[in-house]
Each structure stands twice: as structure tokens, then as C-alpha cells.
Design a protein around this ligand. Structure first.
Ligand code: CTP
Ligand SMILES: C[C@](O)(CO)[C@H](O)COP(=O)(O)O
Length: 428
């Protein structure tokens, strides 16, 4: 039986107050709806994704999700969440399937939650995701407290809410035929099943505190921070790496290991050993590399391993390897530590020089952040992370992705292959 994830993005986001649907707001360089669709695209249990989008924004949604092969339809949503769900159910045809109804504005849904939901559908026709409440919940009447229910069995409800199609469709058919439903609509899909098919048990799967719903203005700040601390990339398979890298031209400043590893997967990698603290030298080197053909990715290498040599004393802030700085003594004695000069300034120089080439190929810039050790390392790493997020946002208009990594050459390849932007992997 196929499993279809339905991403409900039909709302207008009134409470968020952006003046546009909040699912189109960017967090960590990507719209919320893209993050959410990406979560289901990556879930092996999901075969197909159907997107329901607010009226007037379906073309934009279709453009945003065009790169996700599992997306089969982008449909206009309804005036209420219930109506949007009904449109989705109507679009799914008559053949039985598993349906995962998910709020587009819950972009942090975790692989474990999706897997648990699909597994629970093996034995239950209706599945809800929920977490215990850490607040005391009260029942009010006017401005008075009427009751304080026992907190232990209370749960806060999340999505996805998952069903066999025939079951959820029957519940909605009954609800829409009931004149009382319009005056007291359900706030979630399990509520429709509970009210109209009370004999169908609804299984509860443990949700996650990360699976927040972006609803109010403050949630954008929380979500941005959550993306920063939870960012990770899956380990790409050799087939994926070959698919992504084969025939692609990579220019790597420093880090010959990364260039070599990329070449093993079919990339055409050029490793440049120019001093990245010299903006003109970086520009010239890239111009020369571009003579050989379009550039798909530019990497500022020489990260962790080069900066965090154990023998580097705190006085010099770590040294920059010869692979990045042809002449490590280039940075003037007594000036900023090399880790700042090559790590931060080098990132600025490489980014500035790379944009014209990456714009042409809709390519990717990958910056290696210095290891966040010592005052110089910590501040340089933070600067490169902030630069990454800023450029990811700014360059998304050019179709150029920007990511940052502190880690091994292999992790860098995973980041190059992951399709994300604005990611800071391996440090905050
Ligand atoms: N007519 C609607 C209303 C809501 N939703 C979706 O249901 C999810 C949860 O709804 P909510 O947070 O209330 O989103 P909005 O309706 O956009 O927000 P608001 O109520 O503040 O306007 C969102 O992904 C939203 O896009 C939908 O598909 N169709
Ligand atoms: C479905 C839901 O996310 C479960 O908590 C919630 O009920 C949606 O409510 P909203 O008012 O449409 O955001």
C-alpha cells in the first residue's frame, strides 16, 4: 500500500502577522514549506507528497517544491483547515493508501516520528502524534478558572495525523453532511475521526518537543535557533555522491583531501593554493579556473584539521596550513591571528569572488569554519557561520546555495550533496 504525505499549507498565517502565508517565510535560508517537504522527501516510508497551498500562491509553491521528486500534486487549499484536508482527500483517488496529514508549518518533524506513525498504521487505522504537557492546563469560563484537570493523561497534539484513506474519508464525509459541524469545526483531523467514527481507536505516537508549530511572531526566532542547533546532513550513499558530483566542476581552496575525494566520485576538482587573505589573488585564481569551464561549487577548505593543530599555541591562535595560505607568514606579525585572517577574511574574499560564477550554474559555496577553540577560533567560527546564513538568504534569489562545515572531507561531500542551504554543520 502506498504512503502519501499531505502537506497542509492552505492557511494565510494571520497570527504570524507577516502579511503573507507564513509557510513562505524563510528560515535558515529556505522557506518553511521547503523544509517540511524535504523532511518527507527524505523519509523512506513515504512514497508520494501532495501539497495544498493557500489561494494565490500555488504557482509559487509549485516552483519551490519542483526539485522534490516525490511531490505529485500542488493543489489550492480551502478557506478552513478542514476544507483543505477535504480537498486533499478528494485528490487522492479511490485506491486505499496510508495518508499522513501534516501542518506545513511544522518543519522540524523528525524521521523517527514519521517512521513510528507509518509503523503504527500497520495495526491502527488512525494515529495521532502528541507530547505530554509541561504546563498545567486549566478550563476557564470568562476570566475565571473553572477546573484544573489532572495533567498526567493530557497531551499536546502535533502532526502528522495518519489514517487509512478510507477511514479518514468516511469521517469527513459524515462531518460535512452534519450541519452542526460548520458551527463547531474540529481543530485537527483526529478530532473529526473521534467525533464521527468513535469506534475507531486512535493510537498515540510519541511526538517531539522539536516538532513545534510556527504560529506566532516569536516562533520564527525559536525556529531559526532550532535550525541552528539541530542542523545535520545525512551521510550520502556512494550512488548519490556520484549522481551529484559526476562531471561537476569543483574549485577547492586548500584541502587537497577534499578535492581528491570529490574526484573519486567523478567530480572535476581543481585545488588552488593561493593566499585567501589576498582578495585579488583569490579573484585571479577563480578567473583562471573558470577558463576551463563553468564552476558548480567553490569550497573554502582547510578547516578543522588545519586550524586545530595541537601544537598551535594560544598565542598564535592556531596556524593556517600551507594549503590555504601559500605563505603562512603572509599575515603580518602582530596582526590578527591567522585563524581570523584566513578563516573569516578568507571566507569573505572567496564568497565575493565566487558569486559571479556560481550564479551562472546555480551552484554552491561551501565554507569551512575554523574549529571553535580559543578566542580567535570561536569568534572566527561564529563570523563564518553568520556569513553563511546571511549569504544563503541573500543568494537564494540567485539560486546559489551556501553552507558551512567544520569536519572531515567526507562530511563536506555530504553537505555538498544534501540540497540544503544556510546549513552550519559541526559548529554553532
Ligand atoms: N485554510 C487552511 C488553514 C490552515 N491550513 C494549514 O494548517 C496548518 C496549521 O494551521 P495554522 O497554524 O492555524 O495556520 P494558518 O491558518 O495559516 O494561521 P492563522 O490561523 O494564524 O491564520 C498550517 O500549515 C496551515 O497552512 C490549511 O492548510 N488551510
Ligand atoms: C492540527 C494541530 O496542529 C494540532 O495541534 C492544530 O490543531 C492546528 O491548529 P491551528 O489553529 O489550525 O493552527
Amino acid at each position: 500500500m502506498r504512503t502519501v504525505a499531505v502537506v497542509l499549507a492552505g492557511g494565510v498565517g494571520q497570527r504570524a502577522g507577516l502579511g503573507m502565508p507564513k509557510q513562505l517565510a524563510r528560515i535558515a535560508g529556505r522557506t518553511i514549506i521547503e523544509h517540511t517537504v524535504a523532511a518527507f522527501e527524505a523519509a523512506p516510508e513515504v512514497d508520494e507528497i501532495v501539497v495544498l497551498m493557500a489561494a494565490g500562491h500555488t504557482d509559487e509553491a509549485a516552483r519551490l517544491v519542483a526539485g522534490f521528486p516525490k511531490v505529485s500534486q500542488v493543489i489550492e487549499g480551502g478557506a478552513s483547515r478542514t476544507e483543505t484536508t477535504w480537498r486533499a482527500l478528494s485528490a487522492l483517488g479511490t485506491q486505499e493508501c496510508r495518508v499522513l496529514l501534516h501542518d506545513a508549518v511544522r518543519p522540524f518533524v523528525e524521521p523517527r516520528v514519521i517512521a513510528d506513525c507509518v509503523a503504527a498504521l500497520e495495526t491502527s487505522a488512525a494515529v495521532m502524534v502528541a507530547v505530554p504537557t509541561s504546563d498545567t492546563i486549566v478550563v476557564t469560563g470568562g476570566d475565571l478558572v473553572r477546573d484544573i484537570p489532572d495533567r498526567a493523561p493530557l497531551r499536546r497534539v502535533q502532526t502528522p495525523q495518519c489514517f487509512l484513506l478510507s477511514v479518514v474519508r468516511e469521517a469527513y464525509t459524515r462531518a460535512l453532511a452534519d450541519p452542526a459541524f460548520a458551527s463547531r469545526p474540529a481543530t485537527d483531523d483526529c478530532g473529526v475521526v473521534l467525533r464521527y467514527l468513535p469506534d475507531v481507536p486512535i493510537r498515540v505516537v510519541a511526538g517531539s518537543e522539536h516538532n513545534m508549530k510556527v504560529t506566532h511572531p516569536v516562533d520564527f526566532h525559536i525556529a531559526e535557533k532550532l535550525f541552528q542547533v539541530t542542523a545535520s546532513v545525512p551521510s550520502a550513499s556512494p550512488e548519490t555522491l556520484r549522481q551529484v558530483l559526476s562531471g561537476r566542476r569543483l574549485v577547492v581552496f586548500g584541502d587537497p583531501r577534499l578535492g581528491g575525494l570529490a574526484a573519486e566520485h567523478g567530480a572535476l576538482a581543481s585545488c588552488l593554493t593561493v593566499p585567501v587573505s589576498d582578495a585579488a589573488a583569490v579573484r585571479e585564481a577563480l578567473a583562471e579556473a573558470a577558463e576551463a569551464g563553468p564552476i558548480d561549487a567553490v569550497v573554502l577548505g582547510a578547516g578543522t584539521e588545519t586550524y586545530a593543530e595541537p601544537e598551535a599555541g594560544p598565542s598564535d591562535g592556531g596556524h593556517v596550513g600551507a594549503s590555504t595560505e601559500a605563505d603562512p607568514g603572509q599575515a603580518e606579525a602582530g596582526s590578527a591571528p591567522d585563524v581570523v585572517i584566513a578563516g573569516h577574511l578568507g571566507a569573505l574574499h572567496v564568497a565575493e569572488a565566487a558569486l559571479p560564477y556560481l550564479r551562472d550554474t546555480h551552484g554552491q559555496l561551501l565554507l569551512h569554519a575554523p574549529a571553535p577553540t580559543g578566542a580567535a577560533g570561536v569568534s572566527a567560527a561564529a563570523a563564518v557561520a553568520a556569513l553563511t546564513r546571511f549569504l544563503a538568504e541573500e543568494w537564494s534569489g540567485h539560486g546559489v546555495r551556501v553552507n558551512c562545515v567544520t569536519g572531515t572531507a567526507r562530511t563536506s561531500l555530504d553537505v555538498l550533496a544534501c540540497g540544503g542551504t544556510g546549513l552550519v554543520i559541526g559548529s554553532g
